[in-house]
Write a protein that binds this ligand. Structure first.
Ligand SMILES: Nc1ncnc2c1ncn2[C@@H]1O[C@H](COP(=O)(O)OP(=O)(O)OP(=O)(O)O)[C@@H](O)[C@H]1O
Ligand SMILES: [Mg+2]
Length: 260
């Protein structure tokens, strides 16, 4: 059985794409084989899962950039823990568009690079940058016989609210041109401050404009969740607290992608 591809994105910075994709991958890996791809040169997902921040040196010439350009990601996969692997990124990912152009690679390059491992995993979880560049379009253009999905991140702010229709348009474009089976798994409310008065209005607006897309679970802002980047998953005494909202979210996500 091929892997289900789930891409986390929104063209607005700081909406918890890296945190949410990392925690989702961690939780899925408890029962399934998961490969993460870091498509953001900030390498936050890479650092989050590996604990490594010196990404330019440590992963020099060993990243998703090389995997895409050489059209085979296999040599660049690293093991994070049992059932959880990642292809890291670093700052050099900024050269991706130019190098793809020089090599004559097209938007099916990631698809081709993933083909050798497509049947080795149950899920491929992809983190993207807050821009609508190749780094976002490539994952959305990547097909899998098991399905390809996008999770749209939303932090409850007006800026992000206006980024939602643009991101949904990009999903539609990728679907029409490259990935006919691409689906929007849903809109995930994250970093929600329970005291903010505008939350209910935002929820109502999203429900009304995008019926059925909002995940029932909202991820509330929590210091314990933020501290996961410091403490890691293995040694965190507050792991249960940090994952509180993500556990029901991942159950919902699994249901949505299993229903296809
Ligand atoms: N549920 C949460 N509770 C508290 N802090 C959180 C939560 N989710 C994310 N954060 C923090 O919010 C900040 C932004 O999160 P993150 O880096 O995951 O967003 P992003 O969308 O990936 O950002 P970028 O657009 O720069 O890639 C980080 O400092 C992260 O630790
Ligand atoms: Mg990020």
């Amino acid at each position: 059985m091929a892997a289900k591809i789930i891409t986390f994105g929104i063209s607005k910075g700081g909406c918890s794409k890296s945190t949410s994709s990392g925690i989702t991958a961690y939780l899925l890996s408890k029962e399934a084989k998961v490969l993460c791809l870091d498509l953001d040169g900030q390498a936050n997902l890479t650092s989050f899962l590996t604990g490594e921040y010196d990404v330019c040196n440590v992963f020099e010439n060993k990243t998703i950039l090389e995997g895409i350009l050489k059209v085979d990601i296999r040599p660049y996969i690293i093991r994070v823990r049992e059932n959880l692997d990642i292809v890291p990124s670093n700052d050099f990912l900024a050269t991706l568009a130019r190098k793809m152009y020089e090599k004559g690679l097209r938007l099916d390059a990631l698809q081709k690079a993933l083909e050798p491992v497509m049947n080795d995993y149950d899920y491929i979880i992809i983190d993207t940058p807050p821009s609508l560049s190749e780094q976002t379009i490539l994952p959305l253009s990547t097909q899998s016989p098991a399905g390809s999905y996008a999770v749209v991140m939303f932090d409850g702010s007006l800026f992000a609210y206006y980024a939602i229709p643009k991101f949904l348009e990009i999903i539609e474009g990728a679907k029409e041109r490259y990935n006919p089976k691409l689906k929007t798994a849903g809109i995930l409310f994250s970093l929600i401050d329970t005291r903010a008065k505008e939350n209910a209005d935002m929820e109502e607006a999203v429900e009304e404009e995008y019926p059925g897309l909002k995940f029932q679970t909202s991820i509330k802002r929590k210091a314990a969740t933020r501290r996961l980047a410091i403490n890691g998953f293995e040694e965190s005494a507050e792991l249960k607290n940090a994952l509180e909202y993500y556990i029901p979210f991942v159950e919902e996500l699994k249901q949505r992608v299993d229903e296809g």
